[in-house]
Ligand binder design. Structure first.
Ligand SMILES: Nc1ncnc2c1ncn2[C@@H]1O[C@H](COP(=O)(O)OP(=O)(O)OP(=O)(O)O)[C@@H](O)[C@H]1O
Ligand SMILES: [Mg+2]
Length: 282
């Protein structure tokens, strides 16, 4: 267990749905609200969240700008050839890292890889909150639920929704508590098209049956991808020292991050959200 820290797992076995982008913005948002934040990157191969945080540390070193940085906990990879042994070893290592971070952190953000992996499954059973960003595509939606093309009704639950259901049972048995599962539509285009309209129609119906709740996600914006090399987020634009000014689009992105933070209903977060918004008139 993670002491009194609230564990937020970002998971979706579909790759490229915006998990790491959400994880970094969430971590920096919580830091800027005055919370202590730990992060765990479970993607041993790509280490995108770890690289994002390392870039931030490097940029702070070079620019001398003062920015909050999450504490990154590393789960070491097992060297055992025996699958069952290596899974058990990595799960124990994860528990140890979680407990270590939990001694000082208010929140722990866990970024899962875009694939079904035993360690990611294990991490889900520790989630107080599970965020699943999904690309705004009917193909990606299939992992949550399979739809009839004519009636648009849910025919059966998808593989990832089934997995979350199983892991929720496991969590209830082990930790005697549930998972607040939040699905966000990710990388939303500004254009209205058939796919977007259908997603908007079917997702609210699916949430009741599959046991998640919908929250607004991030729009498709250059700012979310541009600042990786400096380890920065849209919450840092004004202090980043990279010669950028806050544009209307950046402000809209900041509003999206604030909306996500608000809609997650995380402990003590909503009462502090004003700290992220510049005073009116600026
Ligand atoms: N809201 C957004 N607007 C524009 N680009 C985005 C947005 N969110 C993510 N991206 C870009 O989409 C790609 C995938 O994003 P990201 O790495 O966050 O997804 P992921 O789910 O973590 O992927 P993986 O499953 O490989 O870990 C990256 O190139 C990222 O910069
Ligand atoms: Mg990722």
């Amino acid at each position: 267990m993670a002491g009194r820290a609230h564990v937020v797992v970002i998971g979706n076995e579909k790759g490229g749905s915006g998990k790491t982008t959400v994880a970094m913005h969430l971590a920096v948002g919580l830091l800027r609200l005055g919370f202590r934040v730990g992060c765990i990157d479970l993607d041993h191969r790509q280490q995108s969240l770890g690289r994002y945080i390392a870039n931030r540390q490097d940029w702070i070193g070079r620019s001398k700008v003062v920015l909050p940085v999450p504490v990154l906990g590393a789960v070491s990879q097992s060297v055992s050839d025996l699958k069952s042994e290596s899974v058990a070893e990595e799960c124990r290592a994860f528990d140890g890292v979680l407990a270590g971070l939990g001694e000082t952190a208010d929140f722990i953000v866990v970024d899962c890889p875009g694939a079904d992996a035993p360690l990611a499954r294990h991490a889900h059973t520790h989630a107080d909150t599970l965020i699943t960003p999904i690309n705004d595509s009917l193909l990606d939606l299939d992992l949550l639920g399979q739809l009839d093309p004519v009636s648009r009704e849910l025919k059966r639950s998808g593989v990832y929704a089934n997995l979350v259901w199983e892991l929720r049972q496991e969590r209830r048995k082990r930790h005697k508590s549930g998972i607040d599962w939040v699905v966000t539509r990710s990388r939303l285009s500004a254009l209205v098209d058939r796919n977007k309209l259908m997603m908007a129609e079917v997702l609210p119906q699916m949430q009741r049956v599959l046991g998640f709740r919908l929250a607004e996600g991030f729009g498709e914006r250059v700012i979310y991808r541009y600042m990786f090399l400096w380890g920065l987020t849209v919450l840092d634009v004004e202090q980043a020292c990279i010669g950028m000014e806050m544009t209307k689009s950046h402000q809209s992105a900041l509003d999206e991050v604030c909306a996500l933070l608000a809609n997650l209903w995380l402990p003590r977060v909503n009462e502090r959200l004003d700290r992220l918004r510049p005073p009116a008139g600026r």
